[in-house]
Design a protein around this ligand. Structure first.
Ligand code: DQA
Length: 153
């Protein structure tokens, strides 16, 4: 099984960026923890980050043909990118949305995710552990996903 872990804008600054909100670990450290768990679970994980909406859309399109599931922290795009929402809706593989912080306990504009209605599920507020839980979740979900969602096949 192949899984894409995708991080959006400003998440390359983890560790330096508001550590009281996002923790002190860098994105490389988080990705290494994900790769260790992937090894234990026997799945292949690729980690990517981009600050550009179009690049994230291209990566999601490619994921549809290259991987079995996506774990996605869209950063601030969470709150307004209908283009990313449409990209996720268009691909037939499960996506789990992850946020390091609890977006429901923060500013008003962060409390709404335009991505949430089109993902398999969302994990918010559990820090780096959220990515690890998402990995365990997609390993469970991906094998039966197409069957569950293509009821006319
Ligand atoms: C975030 C929450 C977003 O509101 C914010 O813009 C981010 C990070 C999180 O992981 O908690 O960049 O997605």
């Amino acid at each position: 099984m192949k899984i894409l872990v995708l991080n959006g804008p400003n998440l390359n600054l983890l560790g330096q960026r508001e550590p009281s909100v996002y923790g002190t670990g860098s994105l490389d450290e988080i990705n290494n923890r994900i790769l260790v768990l992937a090894g234990e679970l026997g799945v292949e994980v690729t980690c990517r980050q981009s600050n550009n909406e179009g690049d994230l859309i291209d990566l999601i399109h490619r994921a549809a043909v290259e991987v079995d599931a996506v774990i996605f922290n869209p950063g601030a795009f969470t709150h307004y990118s209908y283009a990313l929402r449409d990209a996720i809706e268009a691909i037939g593989i499960p996506t789990v949305e992850v946020h390091l912080s609890n977006i429901y306990a923060r500013e008003d504009f962060r409390r709404h995710s335009v991505i949430a209605p089109v993902v398999a599920g969302q994990i918010s507020g559990l820090g780096a552990a959220g990515y690890l839980l998402a990995l365990r979740a997609v390993v469970e979900l991906a094998p039966c996903w197409r069957k569950r969602h293509c009821k006319y096949d």
